[in-house]
Design a protein. Sequence first.
Length: 256
Amino acid sequence: MNINQISFQLYTARKFTPYRKIFEFISSAGINNIELFALSDFDEKEIKDLLQEFNLTSLSAHISFESLEQIEVILSKLKYLNIKYAIIPAPKAIPGKEFEDFFKLSEEEWINFSKEISAKIKIFNDNGFILGYHNHSFEFNVLSNGKYPMEYIMDENENLKFEIDLGWTVAGRANPIDWINKYKHQIIACHLKDFSSSKNMLDHNNQCSIGEGFINWKELLTKISETPCEVIAIEHDDPKDYKEYITKSLEYLLNI
């Protein structure tokens, strides 16, 4: 891979603020593009200043499903930061519940969720943006009717784009190749997430630098190259040292 092909999901370094130091290190590592998370929680002026100071771009950002209730605010932030892809990373948050509980939806609830996302696509497109969905492992838990939540989400509207998290797909005991093939023309971004072991993949402590785990990245990245994927972002949900994570991941990826 070329360094210009590799992006960094800022969520990885959220516990190591201030962000100025994080942006500085990312830039010094040679990465040119950052994917933002929880866009509604950030001061867009501060982020833009940091992007400009360290000569970075942000092609994509995660936006919470709840933030769509204030869609004009999100559109304004996307425009100000010159972001192309707005990506929903999960169903609506449920106050007082664990993250995993957000995905414990019935077939009817998944259908309604998919329709709600679909209804927003044209608004984003009309404003010059592209709306996508990012998976976790839970969307690959088969429903009682034999369908997967991921199918409901992606099949509702072909104009919804897909940021496939390859690591979480593996953690969901699904074959990433199958899902890349299934939604080949909708994939605009992907996350690389690796695991030391195929056991307990929902445990963040099992995550490791890209290339140190068991996932065959050469095979998956070759397959991803056959799609319109524009953002390939490395991500770790809870690294002990984000700098070491970036350094080791780049060492591996730049040699495949």
